[in-house]
Design a protein around this ligand. Sequence first.
Ligand SMILES: C[S@@+](CC[C@H](N)C(=O)[O-])C[C@H]1O[C@@H](n2cnc3c(N)ncnc32)[C@H](O)[C@@H]1O
Length: 225
Amino acid sequence: MEEPGPHQLRMLQHFGLTPATDLPDIGCGLGRLAFECASYLDDDATYTGFDIAPVAIEWLKENYAPRLPGFRFDLPEVHNERYRPDKELGPEEVRFPYDDDSFDMACAFEVFRHVSPDGVRNYLREVARVLRPGATAILTFMAIYPGEHEVRHAGRAFIPVSEGVYSRFPERASTSMGYALALIREMLVEAQLEEFDLLKGSWHDPYMEFTPLTHGCDLVAVRGP
Ligand SMILES: C[S@@+](CC[C@H](N)C(=O)[O-])C[C@H]1O[C@@H](n2cnc3c(N)ncnc32)[C@H](O)[C@@H]1O
């Protein structure tokens, strides 16, 4: 399978990313997508990385931001059991530091695995708020499909913890979360995000045929209000 950075860029291009796009990357991590965007986006486009991991954001601020005028990196002070245990503000309370209607497209790759249900609900509302009218967001989840039972990933089962909510590590908060597809859809509707495509993740089926649009996690393409 392709490296994650080039693959993410290609998925975004498939769903409408152009070199002129203003793109926030929610949970940008160490900059795998930022690296690809550095040679893809035009000078007047913008890439905004947003992540709670200080090491990642500090490194990106130091090494990317000075060389790439349209690139900005933000470190919200948000609690996460694994990445930011010292912070009090939960993801359910965060307001993204961006104005309403300020982006052409948004993405969140492999982030909601680390976010509580109320945090996901808030992040989806925030994505809807910062998108320009009708703009696209690409969001990935570990989605549990109807009829799937005792679902496992890398040998470890997703254990139900509440209605539609699963975790591979139920003893640790917000770690390796799975969400029932029905709950994801309910949360999207609540946030006024309209689903227009869903790619089932290859993690469900080791024998799934690989195509250029095969993604590891379940990928939902939505339109903002
Ligand atoms: C599996 S990594 C994915 C990183 C990147 N999107 C990629 O695909 O390379 C998950 C990232 O989500 C970030 N994260 C976890 N909780 C977050 C939150 N509440 N808000 C923003 N980022 C978060 C982590 O710090 C980590 O960098």
